[in-house]
Design a binder for this molecule. Structure first.
Ligand code: CAA
Length: 274
């Protein structure tokens, strides 16, 4: 009998190998050019609808990222960034080739969700800066994927929607914290509980985009931002992101101390290398 995973411990049903074929099988493509990795959701005929295998594929990419990679761009092929979970998951037939999700009463249910969340969490790693390039719809799990990234570039046709509550689900793919951090609790409640579609211009005003560009300029904007991010020394960029990421949870005194420690560590490491 298979061991029962401890509640909440991540586990995955799909072992994804990070080869072009292994990733294609779960609807993903990975292109690495030096310090930049581009992850593309590649199921445009289904508007890049996501399955657990795709989430496990994303986690496998994160776990296997070559150390020189400093910028990860997340994109969707075709007219939509991502239409969220593949709705066939909720049908009796399910999605061909996908293991059915565990039942909520199963002891492994939370661990199964944790395994899916791993596809998102690595995008916040201090070793990289992640950038979501969003065109068209980003719905549910797709909106949460954009929220999982450090930065978002929206094309002016982008439409964001936290659809889960309308389907009787809570958003559970790591999106609730960044959403509240960015737009504040009242707006997050309003957006989630109405499950309304937020157009690009409003999303930008709410702080959900670092850049809002005409659809035709999305590729150029991604290239420009990537180049600008790579201008900064890699060690300095990583230390700075690590420092910034802890600021919200720290008091001013704690953060000032963290700044001193980070500066000393960075400069000592540089001296040791020179
Ligand atoms: N799951 C499965 N198939 C999907 C899909 C989805 N989420 N979204 C789109 N598709 C399929 C359509 O069924 C259609 O297939 P056929 O060509 O075989 O008919 C194809 O993709 C193209 O779709 P549309 O013709 O609808 O394309 P559009 O550009 O006119 O509209 C859309 C795009 C607005 C995204 C629309 O397809 C849509 O509303 N999709 C459903 C979105 C949704 O409700 N997602 C669930 C979010 S909740 C979530 O994600 C929960 C979670 O995290 C656990």
């Amino acid at each position: 009998m298979a061991p029962v995973p401890a509640p909440g411990r991540p586990h995955r049903d799909h072992a994804v190998t990070v080869t072009a074929a292994g990733l294609a099988a779960c609807g993903l493509r990975l292109d690495i050019a030096g310090e930049v990795a581009t992850v593309t959701l590649s199921r445009p005929e289904r508007r890049n609808a996501m399955t657990p295998a795709m989430w496990h594929g994303l986690a496998a990419i994160g776990a296997d990222l070559p150390p020189p990679v400093r910028v990860v761009v997340v994109r969707g092929a075709g007219p939509s960034f991502c239409a969220g979970i593949d709705l066939r998951m909720f049908s009796a037939e399910g999605v061909p080739g996908e293991a059915p999700p565990p039942r909520p009463a199963d002891p492994g249910f939370e661990g199964w969700i944790a395994g899916c969340q791993e596809g998102y969490l690595w995008l916040r790693d201090p070793g990289i800066v992640s950038v979501a390039a969003v065109q068209g719809h980003a719905i549910g799990a797709g909106f949460q994927l954009a929220l999982a990234c450090d930065l978002r570039i929206l094309s002016d046709d982008a439409k964001l929607c936290m659809k889960e509550p309308a389907l009787g689900l809570v958003p559970d793919l790591t999106g609730t914290k960044p959403l509240v951090d960015i737009v504040g609790l009242p707006r997050a409640i309003e957006m989630c509980l109405t499950a309304r579609t937020v157009p690009a211009e409003e999303a930008s005003r709410l702080g959900l985009a670092e850049l809002l560009v005409p659809a035709a300029d999305l590729d150029a904007a991604v290239a420009d931002l990537t180049a600008a991010l790579l201008e900064t020394d890699a060690g300095t960029a990583r230390a700075t992101k690590r420092l910034l990421a802890q600021a919200a949870a720290n008091t001013l005194e704690q953060q000032a101390a963290a700044e001193r420690r980070a500066q000393a560590a960075l400069q000592r490491e540089r001296l040791a290398r020179s």
